[in-house]
Structure formats: C-alpha cells, structure tokens
Design a protein around this ligand. Structure first.
Ligand code: MF3
Ligand code: CO
Length: 258
C-alpha cells in the first residue's frame, strides 16, 4: 500500500530532511585524507543528537551504525570502522537517514577525499546528475519507470552502469515503503506517481559492470569487478507544482576555495 502524505506531513518531512542534509553537508568538512571512517560515524551521531533527529539505520535489520560509509569499490552499506583510514584520492559514499516527529528521511552523497582521478570525479558528477534527472522526472502522472529510465539512460550514455540489486523506495512513517523505485527500467512502466507520494530516489553507479556482491560482514556491498562505485540520494515529495526535494539544507553554503 502506498501512503500519500498531506502538506503538513510533508512539511514535517522537510524539517527532518533539512537536518539530514545538514549532517551530510558537515561531512564535506570532516572528510579528508588520514581520518578513519569511525570519525565520520562519531560526527554523524553527535550532529544528529544536537539537531534533535534520531539516526534511522542503527539497529535496522541489525545494521550496527548511524551512517553507512562506503569507500571506492564499496557500493553501499559499508560499516564505519576505526581501522579504515581514508586515503588521498579515495571516494567515499555517505548514506544517512533519520526519524523526526514520526517521519523518516534518507539521503546520500559521495565525496572526494583530496583529489581523486579525473575518471573518479566524472563518476561522482554523472551519478549526482543522474539523481537530478530522476528527480526531474518525478512528476504527477509520470510512472516509476519514467524516473528509472531517466536515471539509467543518462548513466549509460556516459559509459557507466547502474546497480540493479538495490533500489530506491517510498518513505514516510517507515524507512522503506511502497513503491520500489529502481534505477533501471522502461518509460511508462509501473506505479503512477500521484500528489503526496514521498520517495527516496538513490542511483548507485558503477564505473565498470553492474555486478555487486556482499562481503562476509553481511553488509558491505562491493562491485564484483573491483571498479569504483558512487551513490547519491534525496528524499522528495511529488507535488502538483513538481518534485520537492525534502533533504535540502536551507543554510546558505559558505563560499570556499574548492
Ligand atoms: N539508504 C539506504 C536504504 O534506503 C540505507 C539503508 S541501510 C541500513 O535502504 F543500514 F539501514 F540498512
Ligand atoms: Co534509501
């Protein structure tokens, strides 16, 4: 069953989503060569507390941390560790979700650590843009397949592949609700999008093939061929005025040299 949200419910999700976005924005300052991925976990947890949101992933199906930290060939669901040190030129996916006043929101970014290769930076840009292609297609009257097709076609035109085994999802009073939102598919396929639907759209893009396997820790998904992978995600609402991004930090971005 698909739960559509009222404007006041969407307003609450927007408040929670803004806090989630602030946590990820802060990570742009935290992430640098030489830090451990456990440092990212500490900072996410500390910030969530101070913003009054509850991390959504910790304890979800037994996942042990507040934030998923996935380095290089890790696709999603990497577990922060005091043993894992970020190196110059890595890319690091950060996926964070939270519960606020009864509603979840979920977002992800992939950040460069120092100066990754040109090809790695292109992977980040293509994945980020693919997310926005998907969001732009989330219009009343379109279907889930239109979002999926927009993402897949953009990624493949750029020579990369979309991961098929993990998908985006409806979100609201539960972290995962119907409908599923795949990152591949045919236009005009699947559930029709309606006013008030709230969706987590989350392309995962591999530089090589689309194959993925899960490591022995039971969580960390990596590319089968060892190629780099990137992940971007927003929680959005479908409205008569077009898609509304809920995981958006309203604080003006500080100008920085990079
Ligand atoms: N953004 C991911 C998702 O929507 C994060 C879930 S990770 C888990 O599925 F740890 F909570 F499982
Ligand atoms: Co998600």
């Amino acid at each position: 069953m698909i739960h559509r949200k009222s404007p006041p419910e969407i307003a609450l999700m927007r408040e929670g989503g803004a806090a989630v976005a602030k946590v990820l924005r802060r990570m742009e300052e935290v992430v640098k060569p030489g830090i451990t991925t456990a440092r990212i976990e500490e900072e996410a947890d500390r910030m969530a507390r101070s913003l009054g949101i509850a991390p959504a992933f910790k304890g979800y199906n037994g996942y042990p941390a507040a934030i998923c930290v996935s380095v290089n060939e890790e696709v999603v669901h990497g577990i922060p560790s005091s043993e894992r040190v970020l190196a110059e030129g890595d890319i690091v996916g950060l996926d964070f979700g939270a519960l606020y006043k009864g509603f979840y929101s979920d977002a992800a970014v992939t950040l460069p650590v120092g100066n990754p290769s040109r090809e790695a930076r292109r992977l980040l840009e293509v994945t980020r843009k693919a997310l926005y292609r998907g969001i732009e297609s989330a219009l009343v009257g379109h279907r889930v397949g239109d979002v999926a097709f927009a993402i897949q076609s953009f990624v493949e035109e750029n020579g990369f592949s979309v991961v098929k085994v993990f998908v985006g999802h409806g979100i609201g009073r539960s972290l995962h609700e119907e409908p599923q939102v795949p990152n591949f598919g045919e236009p005009q396929w699947g559930v029709r999008l309606k006013e008030g639907m709230t969706l987590a759209i989350e392309p995962m893009v591999n530089a090589g093939g689309d194959g993925v396997k899960v490591l022995d820790d039971g969580w960390t998904a990596v590319t089968e061929d060892g190629s780099l992978s990137a992940h971007f995600e927003h929680t959005i609402a479908v409205t008569e005025n077009g898609p509304l991004i809920l995981t958006m930090d309203e604080t003006p971005r500080m100008e920085s040299g990079n």
